[in-house]
Design a protein around this ligand. Structure first.
Ligand SMILES: [Zn+2]
Length: 181
């Protein structure tokens, strides 16, 4: 395949550049950018596989890929993302941005409570840790002043309640209340 493979001939002798077709000098192969990004089909052509397209003597396979339903879907999705990107002034998706902002605000609220609890315990010269620290401990188990104070406030505070519930049901996830942090 020569440079012409990167162009598509239209019926009226005009040519358009195949913007989706990219060449890797390192791998010496061609790839379909939009299918690599958006294809959901399990029937992958070589243009969207790790090795890429190297059948230079069969450039018609590029056209076959170009006309495939899966490629057309991926191409449309790519162009739609590009339009959204321009419309939102560089932000890929305004919904994702607002979700990130909401999460930032929520973590900020939570960390403010953590900070005030630690400050209170430190001011009163009270130790933070207990014998065994776990949100799962029930009854009179000594989980420490810090966790017990958080649990007490969570009875009245929905922000803390939600975070503690999440930390309890997803051990190992980010919670900012483990003894290491
Ligand atoms: Zn494709």
């Amino acid at each position: 395949m020569n440079r012409n493979g990167f162009k598509k001939k239209l019926g009226d002798c005009r040519e358009v550049t195949r913007s989706w077709l990219v060449y890797s000098p390192l791998r010496k192969s061609a790839f379909c950018l939009c299918c690599i990004l958006f294809s959901r089909s399990e029937d992958h052509s070589s243009l969207e596989q790790e090795g890429g397209f190297t059948q230079w003597k069969a450039p018609e396979r590029i056209t076959v890929h170009e006309n495939a339903k899966n490629h057309r879907g991926s191409f449309a999705q790519w162009k739609e993302m590009e339009l959204n990107f321009i419309k939102n002034k560089g932000v890929i998706d305004a919904r994702i941005l607002s979700q990130i902002e909401a999460e930032k605000l929520d973590w900020g609220e939570f960390l403010t409570r953590i900070f005030h609890c630690i400050k209170f315990l430190a001011t009163q010269n009270l130790v933070l840790r207990g014998l065994r620290e776990s949100l799962h401990m029930l009854g009179d188990s000594n989980v420490g002043n810090f966790l017990d104070l958080l649990k007490l406030i969570a009875v009245f505070d929905p922000v803390l309640k939600e975070h503690l519930k999440n930390a309890e049901s997803h051990p190992g996830s980010t919670s900012y209340i483990s003894l290491n942090i």
